[in-house]
Unconditional design. Structure first.
Length: 582
């Protein structure tokens, strides 16, 4: 019987094939107390399992094929960082030595402590790194149990070995799982999969990132898909609509077969635009930039034809390290790799966007944060720790000696914050001068992601060379909606009149004063909004590299000079979504 499962569309296209179900790697954990004399041996047992997983991932890194997406390498690096996290290690020692928990119990208890910190994060991308932490712990548990690979929980579900040794190589396959780790994804590259479906995850989860980079249709957050779909069921993955159709009828198969063939033609057509300048029909040049998280992502940005990096999320370098935050030299080397990887194209580095709600505290924290979205995060956190902030500023300035770099400051709202930040930039320059260390010039910009900033834009333009509108947070703060709260997530609306007016006014004011302005949130990569943003006067977009060619196609088809009147009408409409269709 045909039925559909709905999830989140994260990688476009249609995939049709037989379902391959991968058993969840979650394991039952024994809970018992040990004797005091066993403490050291129990801690050593956990450490040996951890080291085995480290060796396993390092071996996988050496086996990565040259054509593997750079995101995969970055995600394996994240797992290594999490494995070596001092907060995790010290927490396990605490539970074993102070509570006399057995190693497995201590490991899962500390996982829950850190997982709560991830749940409280405001940044969606960082929040979803909780899944990476869970997978790391599961791999350690498997080694402690003596099994290095997932064990099938039902006879009809296949393990990784079954997939790699199976004889179904000529049959189109789609992968259905509760979740997939980066290491699993690397193993699965040895088999042929037309698409992915996972029960959990979001638009920035690791599965979504890898699927987009590999240009494979994917749906995540499909909840119970792995329970509803049976082994070898015919499955259609609609990566455009976020729908998984199980046991489709011949008519539905024929319809989606046509869509699939059309999609292949469209992708081929898009690939031809890689070296085509992004210029509108009326001759206006549009700058399409890439958002990246790690230095190695620069290769994907160049391959996609990006004109530069509009947002390097530097906080990724700070993640999963406990109290061992990266110093100036480590950050400098990372930023330098990104700058050199862009081959002379500009790189905009955002200073660290984390806070007291993020798992970067130097001691274990069990207390709940009342409202982390409004707490000590982003520039507030940086200004509260000037020594850490100066390390980052010096590292960015030094990297600017190797290519064009712009410095971007997140979550500013007050004039005092602006002046304090700029004073620290000058101090960082003075420190480098005193040490005789080479550094380069940087343009300094501010994120506009708080309504207060958008409403006092002239103050920001007085101090900054350019502005970047972070629409994800701007929407959240304007509408007073926690994006992490599923009960109100449906109210998160980029086309709300208040959001559009703040966005339109910000772009107009920057253009009037001759200052650069970009949009780096999800709106920039949404092709349904490209014409609207062009009509509002936006000429610089920053997005995931995989979205660049689709947005470029919309740009090439648009006459920007004729869109302004229509865009203003949309902004002023009571129902902008309906006005866009009119």
């Amino acid at each position: 019987m045909t039925f559909a499962v709905h999830g989140l569309p994260v990688a476009r296209g249609i995939a049709i094939g037989r379902a391959v179900l991968v058993a969840s790697s979650r394991m039952d954990v024994a809970h018992y107390f040990i004797e005091p004399a066993q403490v050291e041996s129990e801690i050593m047992r956990v450490r040996r399992a951890r080291n085995s997983v480290v060796d396993e991932i390092q071996r996988l890194q050496t086996e990565i094929p040259k054509d593997a997406p750079p995101e995969l390498t970055a995600l394996l690096d994240v797992h290594l960082m999490l494995l070596q996290d001092k907060e995790m290690e010290n927490g396990v020692k605490h539970w074993v030595s102070e509570r006399l928990y057995n190693g497995e119990w201590a490991l899962t208890t500390q996982l829950e402590v850190i997982a709560r910190q991830f749940d409280e994060m405001e940044d969606e991308y960082l929040r979803e790194r909780k899944a990476d932490l869970e997978q790391v712990v599961e791999r350690i548990l498997r080694h402690m149990k003596g099994a290095a690979s997932p064990v099938a929980d039902k006879p009809r579900r296949k393990t990784q070995q079954d997939l790699l040794l199976g004889d179904t190589i000529d049959v189109p396959l789609v992968l259905i799982a509760h979740d997939l780790s980066p290491a699993d994804m690397l193993q699965f590259k040895k088999s042929v999969f037309a698409g992915f479906v996972t029960d959990v995850g979001g638009r920035t989860s690791h599965t979504a990132i890898v699927a987009r980079s590999m240009d494979i249709p994917a749906v995540v957050g499909a909840r119970s898909a792995s329970q509803l779909v049976r082994q070898d069921d015919w499955v259609i993955i609609d990566g455009d609509a976020g729908v998984v159709i199980v046991d489709p009828s011949p008519i539905i198969l024929a319809e989606y077969g046509y869509k699939q063939r059309q999609g292949e033609v469209d992708r081929e057509r898009l690939s031809r635009l890689r070296h085509t300048p992004a210029v509108t029909l009326d001759g206006q040049r549009i700058e399409l930039l890439a958002n990246i998280e790690m230095p190695d992502d620069a290769a994907a940005a160049v391959k996609a034809g990006a004109a530069g990096v509009g947002l390097f999320r530097s906080e990724f370098l700070f993640m999963g390290r406990g109290g061992d935050l990266p110093g100036e030299e480590e950050q400098y080397q990372a930023y330098r790799r990104a700058v050199e990887g862009m081959q002379g194209l500009p790189v905009t580095i955002r200073t660290v966007d984390v806070g007291a709600d993020k798992p970067l505290d130097r001691a274990l924290k069990d207390e709940a944060h009342l409202n982390p979205a409004l707490g000590l995060r982003a520039i507030r956190w940086s200004l509260a720790d000037p020594a850490m902030f100066l390390d980052q500023l010096r590292a960015i300035l030094r990297a600017a000696a190797h290519g064009p770099v712009q410095l971007l400051i997140p979550m500013l709202a007050h004039g005092s914050e602006i002046r304090q930040t700029l004073a620290l930039v000058e101090q960082a320059r003075a420190d480098l001068d005193a040490r005789g260390v080479e550094y380069g010039p940087v343009k300094i910009g501010a994120m506009i992601e708080i309504p207060a900033a958008a409403l006092t834009l002239k103050l920001f333009l007085k101090y900054f060379d350019f502005l970047s509108v972070g629409t994800n947070d701007l929407i959240q703060y304007t509408l007073a909606i926690d994006r992490a709260d599923e009960s109100v997530a449906h109210l998160y609306d980029p086309l709300h009149p208040a959001v559009l007016r703040l966005l339109a006014d910000s772009i107009a004011e920057c253009n009037a004063q001759g200052k650069g302005v970009s949009v780096c949130g999800e709106m920039a990569g949404d092709t349904a909004l490209t014409r609207l943003l062009l009509g509002l006067g936006l000429r610089t977009f920053s997005m995931h590299p995989a979205q660049i060619l689709a947005v470029k196609q919309e740009v090439l088809r648009a006459d920007a000079s004729k869109l302004a009147t229509w865009a203003r009408a949309v902004v002023e409409a009571e129902d902008p979504a309906s006005a866009m269709q009119g």
